[in-house]
Ligand binder design. Structure first.
Ligand SMILES: [Zn+2]
Length: 239
């Protein structure tokens, strides 16, 4: 009897957890389609993410480093327009369907799969009196780059505030290229990714993408989920 009771309790807890996750992160939110009324007004982040960022920003400033967010929340619609613009450009250059999708997904996500839909991920720069012309460029963050002091500070401290690089410089990592500017607030984004994977396994994500006029074959999509969506810093994949 005790064993049965244990299983009933464990099962109930499991169901409650799933329900709680469902209510906090409904599928429309995960794919960037829900109005962002629950996000902060300044950066469009989940409030706990913005609190953690503000604390990190204040502490960095005490050491003379000014961290600025240049991109945070992005809606499905916005990602769709970025995607379709690139799609048109590469198609006009004569690339095949597969080559086009491969080229776009070097840096850009398929709408509905962007971590920027979640209000947990940010692209950051160091605020300087003289800013480089192009901001989100790998060289700016290298040892000779303008943002090197911030990058070094982040390497040593970001984790203390819950922030981790997503697309790390690791030859074994697949998917998106190295993005030294893109950080994620792990305590929440890990939960959203987990929910994304559950919804994706149920087959609920691809139809939303297709509804938006983006026609992606299942083999390409499945491979993209494996290499790109899961091709991230392993610390953001520990559920
Ligand atoms: Zn980003």
């Amino acid at each position: 009897m005790k064993v049965i009771r244990f299983f009933i309790i464990a099962f109930t807890c499991f169901c409650l957890q799933i329900t709680a996750q469902d209510s906090i992160f409904p599928i429309n939110f995960i794919v960037g389609k829900q109005s962002n009324t629950n996000l902060t007004s300044q950066y469009n982040l989940i409030p706990a993410v913005e609190d953690a960022f503000n604390k990190m920003q204040r502490d960095a400033l005490k050491e003379g480093i000014s961290i600025q967010i240049v991109s945070a929340y992005r809606s499905f619609k916005r990602q769709q327009s970025i995607f379709l613009k690139k799609y048109k450009k590469y198609k006009q250059k004569g690339l095949s369907e597969k080559q086009t999708l491969t080229k776009i997904t070097e840096y850009s996500t398929i709408p509905g799969t962007s971590r920027h839909h979640w209000g947990t991920d940010i692209d950051i720069v160091q605020q300087l009196t003289k800013m480089p012309r192009n901001l989100l460029v790998e060289n700016n963050y290298s040892s000779e780059g303008s943002f090197c002091p911030m990058k070094q500070w982040m390497d040593q401290n970001a984790y203390k505030y819950g922030f981790y690089l997503v697309y790390t410089e690791n030859k074994n990592r697949t998917g998106f290229k190295y993005e030294p500017w893109h950080y994620s607030y792990a305590p929440i984004s890990k939960k959203i990714l987990q929910k994304f994977i559950i919804e994706n396994n149920k087959g609920n994500i691809l139809p939303i993408i297709k509804q938006a006029g983006i026609n992606i074959e299942i083999p390409f999509y499945s491979n993209y989920i494996q290499t790109h969506v899961k091709g991230i810093n392993p610390l953001l994949l520990e559920f």
